[in-house]
Design a protein around this ligand. Structure first.
Ligand SMILES: [Zn+2]
Length: 711
């Protein structure tokens, strides 16, 4: 997985108790799943094959909240037991024999499969009413137009009887039946698509050739188009997009082929799956998830070319791709070995970025994470990389750092040789941290017990070792540390500025020393055509004293939605006499997928006296509408905040807020609950919320109802 949109919060695998069946080996599954979008229900069958390694009198599968139809062993009807979400078959299974298991099932998954209604557009008439206009019989209609899964941390056994245990690897061939107008993308190769006889259902057949853990099973259903490419080694790359997003395909998927080719070359082991597909989905739980051959990612990364500099998919793209080896091909034995997934995916994504953007970029990224790890350490939250409950910062960033340090210790040749033999030896199986270290030890002929102690076992981050590694590798970071060590009153900042061309150094200089810098540096920064440097100008507390208005207005034209947003607010605030001009110049801008500029614009337009007075209600309605469940939650979050800060929430927005307290994405749910708690403190809002509660469906108002009860 990848952290959610840059936040460090992250759901790592919940390490529930999963029992490993070591006397049987499940090898193959033929899965048929019919999706019923309106009912959010699933009906299916699965036929498993397994080998018996030792006489055993039962086998079991994990299956959550399911009902079962027929069940069979070797095609003969067989009884089952079902308790505590475990499906058990009792039978005298004989050593060295192969068995088949057939299961018909049905479920309404509480999690793991998400039915998304993004085109909710209010009411539709179901049939003409007595007056013939249809309006009196209208019902609320929720059109599910996207369905997607998230297995890791959520358990595939919510939609398929399967294995919560990561050690059970199976070749899963999937068939999904969906309404004709929907399209399916799933693990493996789409070998056949057939319309059912009744003409309303289409079946999509996918073939896998290699085994994987159940948590990597995935499908996405919706309305998509795809861009096709081919890696240098001949692997088909499929980049999916919504039909209306064709101009966003290039910036969104920029460098995909180069990253793929780089990883195959760097890792030295061919990509292990038949194809590689990437699919954006709405309101995803994380930034991305590396399901085998089928990465799903947040459609908040689907961007136009202007947004590329502000927010792009490159790092997530590389991270999930690296997991196809580290996690999917070789899987951790259990959560104690999670470094083998997240540390490696993070590290190889950084290497891919180094390949694309250069060494300065690479080391400054490590410098940034070093500071985060230092803060974590100072804050008393120290974690070993072998602790299955460690935070994402530890697994991802300390994990990546551990690989940087390991490579520095054993050298490039031994490192790459060791990684390669690790992947070869454990391919399509599971491994431990010690299994990996053993391969590096063999390749390098070095004793790694000191490395293991310092980087993996100990809880404190080895700051000094990390710092000296950065200083010896990057001249601009060495310069940065020299600057930190210099006497503040004697610093000739201009000579530092001129001593490097590093954008990262210069940006950091502007951000940290803004009030001490000479005019000459500001002039140089302003005339730079580098977006991050010009953006860093905004950290100066008194920009209007440094530059004239005409000059500052040019910032509105920078090719960055973040610069435009900052500039609009800055100019509006500092030059009230020209508010109308600034608002007119920017009235067509929407900005990033979260509409950062549009939300600000609507707010400023309403706060500006005399600006389009009669339009004010339209602006307010538009801002309110963005809180509706038919929009992505990042946009909704921004709209709620602007409304709360500037104008208050009307009834629609308040209703949408209550609905959001029941959202499937926990970070948005948490945001909504916190905001509701805050409004609850206000007597007026409290009365309105109390009046609202009976009008909402019980599911949506659960959180509100719980607050009412505690009154
Ligand atoms: Zn990951």
């Amino acid at each position: 997985m990848n952290r959610f949109l840059g936040l460090i919060f992250f759901l790592y695998t919940v390490f529930g108790f999963t029992q490993h069946q070591d006397k049987v080996d499940f090898t193959y599954a033929d899965v048929y799943v019919k999706l019923l979008p309106q009912e959010k229900r699933i009906q299916g069958t699965v036929a498993y094959k397994f080998k018996v390694l030792n006489d055993v009198d039962s086998v079991f599968l994990d299956a959550k909240n399911m009902k079962f139809g027929f069940t069979s062993i070797n095609e003969k009807v067989a009884d089952f037991e079902y308790a505590d979400d475990v499906l058990i078959f009792r039978h005298k299974f004989k050593k060295n024999e192969t068995y088949s298991l057939g299961i018909g099932f049905e479920t309404q998954p509480k999690q793991t499969v998400y039915f998304i209604a993004s085109n909710y557009k209010g009411e539709i008439p179901v049939q003409p009413g007595p007056l013939g206009d249809g309006s009196d019989l209208a019902i609320e209609f929720e059109a599910v137009d996207q369905i997607w899964t998230q297995g890791q941390g959520k358990y595939t056994s919510h939609w398929l009887p399967s294995f919560d245990d990561m050690e059970e690897k199976v070749e899963f061939d999937l068939t999904l039946a969906v309404p004709n107008e929907m399209q399916v993308i799933a693990n493996g190769k789409n070998i056949h698509t057939s319309r059912n006889t009744n003409g309303e259902i289409t079946e999509w057949h996918f073939d896998m050739e290699q085994p994987m853990s159940s948590y990597l099973l995935a499908f996405a259903v919706g309305n998509y188009q795809k861009q096709e490419a081919m890696s240098t080694s001949g692997i088909p790359l499929e980049n999916y997009y919504y039909p209306e997003d064709s101009v966003k395909v290039e910036p969104t998927y920029r460098y995909t082929k180069r990253i793929f080719d780089f990883l195959e070359e760097e890792i030295g082991v061919p990509y292990p799956w038949q194809n590689y597909k990437q699919v954006p989905v709405r309101d995803f739980l994380y930034a991305g998830m590396e399901n085998t051959g089928t990465t799903l990612f947040s459609d908040g990364y689907v961007i136009d070319s202007l947004a590329f500099v502000d927010k792009n998919y490159v790092n997530v793209n590389a991270h999930e791709m690296a997991h196809q080896w580290f996690g999917n091909l070789v899987t951790e034995k259990d959560g104690h070995h999670h470094w083998l997934h997240e540390g490696f995916a993070t590290y190889y994504a950084y290497l891919a970025e180094k390949h694309l953007f250069g060494t300065d970029h690479f080391y400054w990224k490590l410098h940034t994470t070093l500071k985060q790890l230092q803060e974590q350490s100072v804050g008393g939250k120290r974690e070993s990389l072998l602790d299955p409950k460690a935070s994402s910062l530890t697994f991802y960033e300390k994990g990546a750092w551990a690989l940087v340090a390991l490579r520095a210790e054993v050298g490039d040749a031994a490192f790459t040789k060791g990684v390669k033999s690790y992947l070869k030896r454990y391919q399509f199986r599971n491994a431990t941290v010690d299994d990996f270290l053993q391969e590096i030890k063999t390749a390098s002929k070095k004793n790694l017990s000191n490395f293991k102690g310092v980087w993996l076992e100990r809880t404190e981050f080895p700051l000094q070792q990390a710092k000296s590694l950065l200083i010896s590798s990057s001249p601009s970071i060495k310069l940065w540390y020299d600057l930190q060590a210099a006497q503040t009153d004697a610093i000739d900042y201009l000579s530092y500025w001129d001593a490097t061309t590093s954008v990262h150094f210069r940006t950091a200089l502007l951000e940290k020393y803004h009030s001490s810098l000479p005019q000459a540096i500001y002039e140089k920064a302003f005339s730079s055509d580098t977006i991050p440097i010009r953006q860093a100008l905004f950290s100066s507390p008194d920009l209007t004293k440094i530059f004239g208005k005409d000059k500052l207005e040019t910032l509105l034209e920078d090719e960055s939605y973040i610069t435009k947003e900052l500039a609009l607010f800055f100019l509006w605030q500092n030059y009230p006499e020209d508010r109308e001009k600034y608002l007119n110049t920017t009235k067509t801008f929407h900005g990033l997928p979260n509409k950062n500029i549009r939300l600000l614009w609507l707010t400023l337009a309403m706060l500006s006296d005399n600006f389009n007075g009669p339009m004010t209600k339209d602006y307010f309605d538009e801002l309110s509408t963005y809180t509706d469940p038919s929009y992505g939650f990042e946009l909704r979050q921004g709209a709620f905040l602007y409304l709360k800060e500037a104008f208050g929430l009307n009834e629609d927005a308040l209703t949408n807020l209550v609905k959001a307290t029941n959202h499937h994405a926990w970070q948005f749910k948490k945001f909504a609950r916190n905001l509701l708690d805050e409004l609850w403190e206000d007597a007026d809002y409290k009365t309105r919320l109390q009046d609202l509660a009976p009008k909402l469906n019980p599911e949506d108002s659960r959180y509100l109802t719980s607050k009412l009860k505690t009154e």
